[in-house]
Design a protein around this ligand. Structure first.
Ligand code: GDP
Ligand code: IMO
Ligand code: MG
Length: 428
């Protein structure tokens, strides 16, 4: 199994956690490379179900070393809570590694996230309010604090003082919010440091040494292609590179090791937060209600109801391009079993211009009117199918139709939330 990047191809929540958990057993390392606890990845095996926000989905296997890479932003409180939750459930976190170069989410990042959204008013992004954007902002502004800074109290205090000098001004003068002192933050963060210390490592060195020894790595993306800071529906995006390229910078690995890029694609589309969504269905329409209720489309992180819509072939084609997909895992096909007919968007009409991909210009995408093709439904429960041939003909046709639109092989198909409700179609 060559080293593989696993990425979301839509606006998140495609089932990355499930597929990552499923294939992780074939890898030696599973590495998160971007985002933070804005992610919510669900894994389900038998009667065990976990919603993971920071810890890589490979944690379930004893042969896998899970790594939080340098490109991730880490809220230490959330990390420790997640470690405790897993340990209490009998899952050992002993093998977990955290990059010393990962940036730390501070309490003021969360304050600023909320305040900035409030200030945006009706133009708000609809963030998860976890401090992700402000933390990445400080990273780029070069006043961020990193996990390694926690290892030395003097360094931590000195860097925090520099950050607070600027941040307190913003909190107080721009947003009228309370400010922080170095002592106040140290009181909670220094004890975190002691607990996190055993997990800290030089992750780029660790991963590359393993790769040179012939080990293989699964890079677990969070968020998704259209939430990517460069390739997503800016400004309604997150603040990191969620696309495949982010796996390289977010882990300190060479491109030469990556053999496969697996896009996770839901059989329809959902979105949480604001921004354009051409195939969106009003959740009060019968089709919208089916997707929401049967699909259980409520966020793992914030509990918000996800917006839902028909499968979008323009997005699939775009995701194949900007990630260089070699394979697709199609998820939640079972959710479509209720429909007599299923719409698939094959193109957009944007102010009289026809597109078969996501247009670069934001205004064109905003005005995109989907061109649908109507496919027959299969109206049969498929959650027990364990091979492509067992699927009803209409479901097989739906899969091959999507495959053609994306121009990429669908090599994994998921027909239920459980690890066992999946089958391979050429994934080796
Ligand atoms: P992620 O963020 O991409 O990991 O996805 P989430 O975990 O946020 O959301 C996916 C949801 O769909 C979770 O509740 C999963 O348990 C569930 N799920 C995953 N694959 C399937 C599937 O094939 N069928 C059904 N019905 N549910 C699935
Ligand atoms: P997983 O990994 C779906 C969305 C938020 C908001 C935008 C910016 O579970 O697929 P942020 O807090 O990141 O600054 O919010 O991005 N968002 C997600 N939507 N799934 C996610 O993660 C998301 N992470 C962030 O709703 O629109
Ligand atoms: Mg999710």
């Amino acid at each position: 199994m060559p080293s593989t990047v696993l990425v979301g191809t839509q606006w998140g929540d495609e089932g990355k956690g499930k597929i990552c958990d499923l294939v992780a057993t074939d890898f030696d390392y599973v590495v998160r490379y971007q985002g933070g606890n804005n992610a919510g990845h669900t894994i389900k095996s038998g009667n065990k179900k976990f919603g993971l926000h920071l810890i890589p989905s490979g944690i379930m296997y004893e042969n896998v070393t899970p790594v939080i890479g340098n490109g991730v932003v880490v809220d230490p409180h959330v990390l420790l809570e997640e470690i405790d939750m897993l340990e209490a459930a009998g899952v050992t976190t002993e093998r977990l590694k955290v990059s010393g170069n990962a940036h730390i989410i501070m309490p003021y990042h969360i304050d600023l996230d909320g305040a900035s959204e409030k200030r945006l008013g009706k133009n708000l992004i609809g963030t998860t309010n976890r401090g992700i954007g402000p933390c990445y902002q400080d990273k780029m502004a070069r006043i961020g604090l990193r996990i390694q800074d926690m290892l030395d109290e003097n360094i931590f205090r000195a860097k925090l003082a520099v950050a607070l000098e600027r941040t307190n001004d913003v909190l107080e003068k721009i947003y009228g919010l309370p400010t922080y002192t170095v002592d106040q933050i140290c009181e909670t963060y220094l004890p975190y440091a002691e607990r996190i210390r055993p997990y800290i490592c030089e992750s780029s060195l660790l991963i590359n040494t393993a790769l040179e020894e012939g080990k293989n790595v699964l890079f677990e993306g969070a968020q998704a292609t259209l939430l990517d800071i460069d390739h997503g529906t800016y400004p309604f995006v997150t603040s990191s590179n969620c696309t495949a390229g982010g796996s390289i910078t977010g882990s300190g690995t060479g491109m030469k090791y990556v053999g496969r890029i697996l896009g996770i694609m839901k059989a329809y589309v959902t979105r949480v937060g604001s921004g354009p969504f051409p195939t969106e269905l009003d959740f009060e329409t019968p089709a919208g209600e089916i997707l929401t209720q049967v699909g259980g489309e409520y966020g793992v992180t914030t509990g918000r109801r996800r917006r839902v819509g028909w499968f979008d072939g323009c997005i699939a084609r775009y995701a194949a391009r900007v990630n260089g997909l070699t394979d697709i895992a199609l998820t939640k096909l079972d959710v479509l079993s209720e429909f007599d007919t299923i719409n698939v968007c094959v193109a957009y009409d944007c102010d009289g211009v026809r597109y078969n991909t996501v247009p670069e210009h934001e205004v064109a995408f905003d005005h995109a009117v989907p061109v649908y093709e109507e496919l027959p439904g299969w109206k049969t429960d498929i959650t027990g199918c364990r091979s492509f041939e067992e699927l009803p003909q209409e479901a097989q046709d739906y899969v091959t139709f999507i495959e053609k639109l994306a121009g990429t092989r669908i090599s994994i198909i998921s027909v239920g939330a459980d690890r066992s409700q999946t089958f391979m179609r050429g994934w080796k």
